[in-house]
Design a protein around this ligand. Sequence first.
Ligand code: SF4
Ligand code: SF4
Length: 106
Amino acid sequence: MHSSTHNAPKSKINCTSCQACCCRLEVMLISDTGVPAAHISVDEWGAETMLRLDDGWCSALNRENLLCSIYENRPWICREFEMGSYDCIAIQPVNLVNVINTKLIY
Ligand code: SF4
Ligand code: SF4
């Protein structure tokens, strides 16, 4: 039996109150949208992702207001990530706790 990862009510999920959870995910750069080089991390094989800092957030996130500082040039993946989508709901803190508990139990 598995715990649901959908305990966070969809109607309560909002970008203005979620602490930019999705900006902690690995974001691959698969097309050129003009992301400044200072925010790009390149691995040993040449793959590009958004740079993340020690606090876990993307370096392009404005820590003061939790808004994207490169919104007009944000990666394609960020443009496609929708508020209230399956992935958005799954990474809400209440659901991550459930996922962790599930892994501890099973
Ligand atoms: S898209 Fe979802 S995870 Fe990202 S900031 Fe908005 S509510 Fe949070
Ligand atoms: S580029 Fe902007 S929207 Fe995308 S992860 Fe970074 S801060 Fe968030």
